[in-house]
Design a protein around this ligand. Sequence first.
Ligand code: HPA
Length: 270
Amino acid sequence: MNNIQKSTATIQNALPDFAPEIAIILGSGLGKITDIMDVKATISYSELAGFPQTNVVGHDGVVLLGTVGGKNVMFLKGRKHLYEGNAVDSLKTMIRTIKSLGVQTLMLTNAAGSLIKSYGPGSLMAISDHINLTGTNPLIGDNDDEWGPRFPPMENAWDADLRKNLMSAANKAGITMGEGVYCQFLGPTFETPAEIGMARAIGADLVGMSTVTENIIARHCGLQCIGISAVTNLAAGMGDVALSHDQTLEGAAKAEQNMAKLIREFIVNL
Ligand code: HPA
């Protein structure tokens, strides 16, 4: 058995006959969102073959299975980032395991810097499209034909119908949410003001160091994706607060409660 088959079996054995409709990967500082779940099983990444062994503060390394408003849901707390240097294999294992479990919809959440002044720390933005500015791609190398095509199209990287549902969930929950183009930089440095100027010029509304990588792996194997950014700061050169990981976690904490409400409303209406 390969790592994906082993991890799929471990998760299935932890809660037999449980079919999650949606998997949600939680970004930095957004771990408390799992409070909306009636948890039925908890599996540590350390028990899952090939899963990311996370070591960034705010990334827990745990899979939770349970229900939200009666719907079967799988939460994944923690993910590897490209800047850690060895992220791609574990991200592929994690996302292809989600696919193997029969999930059709993957929700990706992150903490991001905003290029739109009216969406400051604590606001939420739906990801409408992305720009991969990492200079790399997780699908480089031999194509894994059993998972997807050599040249995956990316026109529907972020599913338009799911985004409509997310917008109406936001309305119902009384939450103001924008939407925008997310640009992934490689990190781990935050951007320079000049880099933010470039990102703006090429059409970015949000910047961060994750999510595009996961989206590419997910689209390759046919998962439909919906993305939400928790704005933790105005991008470099735009605000008066120095950027740091602590500041990211502080900003995420501001958005966390609304994000939880929004995700709950979205799932209930699935
Ligand atoms: N840049 C990159 N990543 C981030 C930021 C940012 O401004 N905020 C939170 N994650």
